[in-house]
Design a protein around this ligand. Structure first.
Ligand code: URA
Length: 259
């Protein structure tokens, strides 16, 4: 069950420290009752901050970002008893119905969103919406110019030509060498695209999904999204006419992105 502090942070966009003080100092009510214990359970009810009712959508749902380490399965529960991404979510952030938005392979690390908001999950994972996903990868040997050219011109995955929206070499991003951005989310798409051109991915990390980046979130850690981040995600839901991935191929850049 989420705490009042968590619910207030998610609904108001305040930092945890400011939300904590607001509760302690008596500025927060639930259904008109003043609540001064930040760690008390919050299930439902109208939260007001200094008399102002907070946004219902943000209040009702939980939105989290996890920096997934390798060796965790992207599922709510695993029949074979393997470790799942839910095992990494602290009890204070969990809520009934929380589930991963899309999936990362067992071996892939990085940014994974989790939410109780099925509408947002649908919007972010439906091919029609084509949310950008950026991955940093390391391959056994750095990509050759020929492999880069081949990827940019499109490779066949599941019988359809796919090419990255952007592909660029990274500098100062040890151990990663290449950034690749795609819009679709076919099963193991990045690894399979690389396989087609004869490169073997040795590590893969998602550093961005739509407008959200991992930032300094340590591997294995989870945090609630801020209200601004939730709104940015909602406005990134951009239906497009075609989801065939035959776009992009922007020129290579030597700039290092900052996730
Ligand atoms: N592409 C992959 O190959 N693996 C992932 O986990 C995500 C995208």
């Amino acid at each position: 069950m989420p705490s009042l502090l968590h619910a207030l942070t998610a609904a108001s966009g305040l930092s945890r420290r400011k939300a904590f003080s607001a509760i302690r100092e008596g500025y927060v009510t639930v259904d008109g009752e003043v609540r001064t214990e930040p760690s008390s359970e919050y299930e439902s009810g109208l939260i007001a901050l200094d008399g102002r009712l907070l946004d219902t959508a943000a209040r009702a749902h939980v939105y989290l970002m996890l920096n997934k380490p390798p060796d965790y399965i992207t599922t709510v529960s695993d029949e074979m008893g393997r470790r799942t991404v839910l095992d990494l979510i602290p009890a204070r952030l969990k809520a009934p119905g929380i589930h991963p938005v899309g999936r990362l392979d067992r071996d892939t690390s990085g940014l994974l969103l989790l939410t109780t908001d099925g509408d947002l999950t649908h919007a972010l994972t439906h091919p029609r919406f084509e949310i950008e996903k950026e991955y940093w990868l390391r391959s056994a040997t750095p990509l050759t110019d020929q492999q880069v050219a081949q990827l940019r011109s499109g490779v066949e995955i599941d019988g359809e030509p796919r090419r990255p929206l952007r592909l660029r070499r990274l500098i100062e991003a040890e151990p990663f060498q290449t950034s690749i951005t795609i819009r679709e989310g076919r099963n193991r798409q990045v690894r399979r695209m690389l396989e087609v051109v004869g490169a073997r991915v040795t590590s893969l990390r998602r550093v961005r999904e739509g407008p959200l980046t991992l930032g300094g979130l340590p591997e294995g850690a989870a945090r609630a999204l801020t209200r601004d981040e939730i709104e940015a995600l909602r406005s990134a839901e951009r239906p497009t006419k075609r989801g065939d991935g035959l776009r992009g191929g922007a020129p290579s850049s030597q700039r290092r992105p900052s996730p």
